[in-house]
Design a protein around this ligand. Structure first.
Ligand code: GTP
Ligand code: MG
Length: 585
């Protein structure tokens, strides 16, 4: 099992290492009785149907012999009725069990994929396109469903629809097997060839669907930017090009399907079989009833022939989808939740020891060392891109250091249990992310059992209560996707309220570029000041008024700590520090 940041209890162990087919089988293995039921039902279903053909043949045989009587015909007629009823019942069982398998597997696979996505590191999510992930989570998982229902169901059924009639024909008169025997061999060859040609096209078509979707998702997520830059035409053209390619694959697939040979071969076999049966009849080897039964049984071969045009393709697509899902699940992630790690209340001491860090080879932090005592407020200042945000991300292990150590209470963050560490650490970012839920739920995020009183208390402390009750529905107000209904400052206060509620021991306020009007600024600052008391706080800001509450200031320049001290000391001796304030004052 690879590294993961999240793992639920009692997880089912699927086989993820031996390729998509084994993975699907390991899903199937959870419900061993259902496939058995499907196969048995398919066998009996086809036996009943073939039996009807046989009985009809016998009836013909009977009524063409002189002197036949009604009591002789009656059991045959009743037999047909009974078989028809049996066919319906077994058909029901077959459909029920495959549908059950298909839905279960879709659900399980979706669960498994979602859990795995939750466990992936930030680095992983930073690399992936959301649209592509969405395509896999929705369409590819759905293809697993189709693979079983109707895909596997049709294949099982068509296998039986070949085997059972052949057995019955053989028992009637082995010589009659000649034509259907040749037919089955030709069918195998032509279907295999057809599937070999169809597979690459149908898989390319699905991949193209993913690409088209990803492009669309990105354009819609970034609609503000698209509109602000008047890029509608370009975006539309890109989409149109993607859609055209998708259509081309469709047409190509249609051409291959149109040239489906097996149906032609079936037609020839049917006629050839009839001729052969008549010759045997003339030679007195079979009776008239046998000819009728034989033709009825030959007719059952039409279904497997016809249905192979897409049943195998559904399975091929299912396997291809399984491969794409597995790719996502098996992508190694960098961190591990470290369940057996240190889990205890944090006091709040943070130490960086010769920390180096780079993003994909570009060094961002170089030999950073400093110590923050519990409860201390430390401001980090530096030009944009200096690495301030990055530095804080190493504390809650959004990323891990390349070399050196980050210690919380004297323990390397990599030795902490990830959940314990992260739950005692809060970050209020420049760009606050809110969920499209109510304001109350957003405040209580990360603290699901909070009462309404606790939520309101936190909101008051964050100076957010007043504006929240100003909304018609107060705390029940839905704030739209990503909190679009709120202003930047309001979003920030909701985030501060969230932090008050979770009461972290270490707090990171990352506010260096926020642009808030001065009327709300005062309120936010009061909220920030209040929350930074009694806990270790990293304050990333260029507001002098905020920097003044800091016990100490670190000056970061191009990833290196240049100096540290109080505002007065630094103004006196640090040129870089003076420059920053020359810019911002
Ligand atoms: P401001 O917030 O603008 O004041 O800057 P900052 O000091 O917080 O800088 P930050 O730590 O965000 O970035 C430091 C450097 O790392 C910059 O050169 C960024 O371009 C780079 N960087 C930041 N995030 C990423 C990332 O996710 N991937 C990669 N490859 N580079 C990043
Ligand atoms: Mg930043």
């Amino acid at each position: 099992m690879g590294k993961r940041e999240f793992r639920p209890e009692n997880e089912y162990r699927y086989n993820r290492r031996a390729g998509p087919v084994r993975w699907i089988l390991s899903h199937l293995a959870r419900y061993p009785l259902l496939p058995l039921l499907t196969v048995l039902a398919a066998i009996f279903n086809n036996w009943f149907y073939s039996n009807i053909q046989l009985l009809i043949g016998r009836s013909f045989g009977l009524i063409t012999t002189p002197g036949w009587s009604m009591p002789e015909l009656l059991p045959l007629a009743l037999g047909v009725m009974g078989s028809a009823a049996g066919q319906s019942l077994t058909g029901l069982a077959r459909n029920y069990s495959t549908e059950f398998i298909a839905q279960r597997i879709e659900r399980d696979a979706r669960d498994e994929l979602y859990i795995s996505l939750l466990g992936k590191s930030q680095t992983f999510h930073g690399r992936q396109r959301i649209g592509d992930i969405m395509a896999r989570v929705t369409n590819d998982v759905r293809m697993l469903n189709y693979m079983f229902s109707p895909g596997m169901m049709l294949i099982t059924d068509s296998m039986m629809a070949l085997i059972v009639p052949m057995i019955m024909i053989g028992r009637m008169q082995p010589r009659l097997l000649l034509v259907p025997g040749i037919f089955v061999i030709l069918l195998g060859i032509t279907v295999a060839d057809y599937n070999r040609r169809l597979k690459p096209v149908s898989i390319a078509r699905r991949e193209q669907f993913g690409t088209m979707n990803a492009g669309l998702a990105e354009a819609i997520a970034g609609i503000e930017v698209v509109k602000a830059n008047a890029q509608e035409h370009q975006e539309w053209r890109r989409f149109a090009a993607d859609a055209r390619l998708f259509r081309d694959y469709f047409v190509q697939q249609g051409e291959i399907q149109a040239r489906y040979l097996p149906m032609l071969i079936f037609g020839l076999a049917w006629a050839g079989g009839f001729l052969h049966a008549l010759l045997l009849w003339r030679a007195g080897i079979v009776g008239l009833g046998d000819v009728v039964a034989f033709m009825g049984l030959m007719g059952t071969l039409r279904f497997p022939t016809f249905i192979s045009i897409f049943s195998f393709n559904l399975v091929q697509l299912g396997v291809a989808s399984a491969k794409r899902i597995l790719e996502l699940i098996n992508t190694e992630t960098e961190l591990d939740e470290n369940e057996s790690g240190v889990a205890r209340p944090v006091r709040g001491e943070v130490v960086f020891e010769n920390v180096n860090f780079s993003y994909e080879g570009t060094p961002v932090l170089k030999d950073v060392s400093f110590t923050v005592r519990p409860g201390e407020t430390v401001a980090i200042v530096g030009q944009t891109g200096a690495g301030k945000t990055t530095l804080t991300r190493l504390i809650n292990r959004i990323f891990d250091v390349d070399s050196g150590r980050v210690l919380v209470d004297g323990v390397d963050v990599r030795e902490w249990q990830l959940e314990s560490l992260r739950s005692q650490l809060s970050t209020i970012e420049q760009d606050v992310f809110l969920f499209s839920r109510t304001i109350g739920e957003n405040i209580a995020f990360g603290c699901a059992d909070a009462t309404q009183e606790e939520i309101e208390q936190a909101a008051r402390e964050a100076q957010a209560h007043d504006f929240i009750v100003g909304f018609n529905e107060g705390y029940e107000t839905e704030i739209g996707e990503r909190g679009v209904m709120l202003s930047g400052g309001q979003r920030q206060r909701v985030a501060i309220a969230r932090a008050f509620l979770t009461d972290p021991r270490i707090l990171i306020l990352d506010d260096s570029t926020s642009a808030i009007d001065s009327a709300t600024e005062d309120q936010i600052q009061r909220a920030m000041r209040r929350i930074s008391r009694q806990r270790t706080t990293f304050l990333i800001t260029h507001r002098l008024s905020q920097i003044r509450w800091a016990d100490r200031i670190l000056v970061l320049r191009r990833g290196e700590v240049m100096d540290e001290g109080t505002h007065e000391e630094l103004m006196e001796r640090c040129e870089a520090y003076r420059q920053i304030f020359a810019r911002y004052e």
